[in-house]
Write a protein that binds this ligand. Structure first.
Ligand SMILES: CC(C)(COP(=O)(O)OP(=O)(O)OC[C@H]1O[C@@H](n2cnc3c(N)ncnc32)[C@H](O)[C@@H]1OP(=O)(O)O)[C@@H](O)C(=O)NCCC(=O)NCCS
Length: 185
């Protein structure tokens, strides 16, 4: 989205803010994900990396009344097996979702840009996700950077995308993704 378009949309729409998700917003976040994605999110390969764990970064978009209208979470991720170079300090992003009545106002872009900034600020090396390249390429994600990676379950190769935060962070990395524990800080 270009700057003019973002400004035009912002002028028409009431304000929203991107904040760190609070403990008391978990219910609202899950209700939003149920509405936007339904149960399929629990059957995706990414869920094997998320299940039973706490997100490394969880952001909420909220409107001027404090209602949660968007969400994004990022999870520690590593690679499985005896690689010569282990994947370190990387995050798996998802799910990303915006209230259907609020879509097209730049909330998804604001969540993505804040998530990338937060991950970089905390010293993470790369972000990986499964999603539509037609949406995520505007945030610098590409399938070529994720070409040597695989999900721990069925996935579409064209939708496995990555973005480096540290140049070259993924260049020698290959393998199947699994839950990671390490945190750069
Ligand atoms: C994807 C999603 C988070 C975007 O949120 P949003 O607040 O509407 O995003 P923005 O306002 O920043 O951007 C809207 C733009 O993204 C485009 N877009 C949205 N989803 C897209 C997709 N899957 N593929 C390509 N473009 C997409 C819109 O057409 C719009 O384009 P425009 O700027 O040319 O008008 C939201 O549509 C959503 O929650 N979708 C359902 C859940 C989902 O599919 N999440 C994962 C995405 S793969």
């Amino acid at each position: 989205m270009n700057t003019k378009k973002i400004a035009a949309r912002a002028a028409l729409a009431p304000a929203f803010a991107i904040v760190n998700e609070r403990l008391n917003q978990t219910g609202a976040r899950e209700a939003l994900l149920d509405r936007v994605m339904g149960d399929i999110r629990f059957r995706r390969a990414s869920n094997r990396i998320r299940e039973g764990r706490q997100a490394a970064i969880a952001l909420a978009a909220q409107n001027s009344s404090g209602k949660l209208i968007g969400t994004v979470q990022l999870w520690h991720v590593a690679t499985e097996g005896p690689q010569r170079t282990p994947l370190q300090g990387a995050l798996l992003l998802g799910p990303l979702a915006v209230d259907p009545e609020q879509q097209g106002r730049g909330i998804g872009a604001a969540l993505m840009q804040t998530a990338i900034g937060e991950a970089r600020g905390r010293g993470f090396s790369a972000i990986i996700l499964v999603g539509d390249p037609e949406y995520y390429d505007r945030f610098g994600f590409s399938a070529s950077l994720a070409a040597k990676l695989a999900m721990p379950g069925p996935f579409e190769r064209r939708r496995l995308l990555a973005r480096e935060l540290v140049p070259g962070a993924l260049s020698d990395i290959s393998g199947v993704l699994r839950a990671g524990f390490e945190s750069p800080h």
